[in-house]
Design a binder for this molecule. Sequence first.
Ligand code: MLT
Length: 256
Amino acid sequence: MTSLPDLSVHYLPQFVAEHDFVGGTVVVIDLLRASTTICHALAAGAREVTPFVEVDDLLRAADGRDRAGLLLGGERGGELIEGFDLGNSPRDYTPEVVFGKQILFTTSNGTRALHHARLAAKVAVGCLANLSALTESLSHDVDVHLLCAGTNGHVSREDILAAGAIAYELTNNDRPARRLNDAAESARGEWQELLTTARSADRTADEQLAVELRDTPHGKTLIKLGFETDLALCARRDAAALAPIYDPRSGRITAV
Ligand code: MLT
């Protein structure tokens, strides 16, 4: 008897040991906003995104480099880091700004979660912007982990909803059955509930998600910081038809 492929959701990096990823696929999810920004940057033609956990490590890597083909991007506290070219708003990563560039990138939680996933056989970046391309690219992967970045050690509803959307797509559309862990069942259930609410409110899922993001703690912070329009952008499905892959050996995220 063959066993079903696994699909696990982890609500925070702290909830799963790095070694549990060995041999598997990890999708790193930071819906607001690192995963979404990485997808938009690569869709806009950035050559690669190189993630760093610490600002100092990023600055050391940039030191002495010709800045012509290089951009420094990311945030601390949601805001532009002093001396950086770009913050963490997906809106800033336009073709005019990022095409052909390497982006050295650090965020409070997203790039930390990428680092946590580095022992996996495959590390992908996931959000709503690449929902279809991502789930297509995962169809044949046997042991799939959806790793939510969370916000400063707290579980984030927005990441759970994104994980739920991915879990929903991966277990629908005639795809092979999977064995879900409890967190995956629950995240998928939350996404299905959102779809039901959207239908009864006569909204699209994107519209409903944008509404619900406004009520999350990090959504509220972003509104206060003036990034209100990022919420609708982060809620938009399939704005970027690619599945970014992080190669921990080269340290690069590139589009697939
Ligand atoms: C993070 O990595 O914590 C986020 O992407 C923060 C943000 O929204 O800028």
